[in-house]
Write a protein that binds this ligand. Structure first.
Ligand code: ATP
Ligand code: MG
Length: 181
């Protein structure tokens, strides 16, 4: 039902040319030599879902996600990643059978986000993906060392992980919002 249909990248890390990867339901494995960009693909998914930490993206500053140039190519001034999620089952609470999330960043800093090509805030994306397991804290991306981390965290944090997976975080956050008023 809910799956990642496509990933498009332009100027993201080693992907200087525009590239579109299409996925089918089921398992996809990405193989390639060391340094060929496999982990950069996982970083692109994290980044487009709103990752704010350059360190998580294996850089030292956010600008490091922009293609830095090579001996034959000039650096680029912009990085852009889009993911398209199949929503034909209506799992996401929007009237679209496909949802495309786009993030763009310029060397000057600030990121721009888009939902189906319409400019939006990161908050809108977070709300859309809350409790779906897709968001950047959604445990849909399990990085190296993450399993150990999940097993070793404090019990309250572990509880939060299970609440996210169970899909009740949105009710908790609405309750908290309501209590603030
Ligand atoms: P391994 O099998 O060793 O894990 P990998 O396929 O996961 O390798 P990645 O870590 O995805 O490889 O890619 C690393 C490559 O990406 C390096 O060659 C690095 O120079 C390049 N790279 C990272 N950021 C940028 C950037 N901003 N501009 C250009 N190239 C970049
Ligand atoms: Mg790797």
């Amino acid at each position: 039902n809910l799956y990642l249909k496509a990933l498009e990248m332009y100027g993201f890390k080693s992907f200087a040319d525009k590239i579109r990867l299409e996925f089918n339901p089921g398992i996809t494995a990405i193989v390639g030599p060391n340094g060929s960009g496999k982990s950069n693909i996982a970083d692109a998914v994290r980044w487009v879902l709103g990752e704010q930490s350059a360190k998580v993206l294996r850089g030292s500053k956010m600008e490091d996600v922009i293609f830095a140039g090579s001996d034959r190519r000039k650096p680029l001034g912009i990085a852009e990643v889009s993911i398209t999620i199949d929503n034909s089952s209506g799992f996401l609470p929007v009237d679209y059978s496909e949802v495309t999330i786009t993030r763009r960043v310029f060397r000057s800093g600030e990121s721009e986000y888009y939902l189906n090509k319409t400019n939006c805030r990161l908050k809108d994306i977070n709300e859309l993906l809350m409790d779906t397991g897709i968001g950047k804290e959604g445990y849909s991306i399990i990085g190296q060392g993450k399993i150990e981390e999940i097993l070793s965290v404090k019990s309250e944090d572990r509880r939060h992980i299970f609440e996210e997976v169970a899909g009740i975080v949105k009710y908790k956050s609405r309750k908290e919002e309501a209590e603030k008023k």
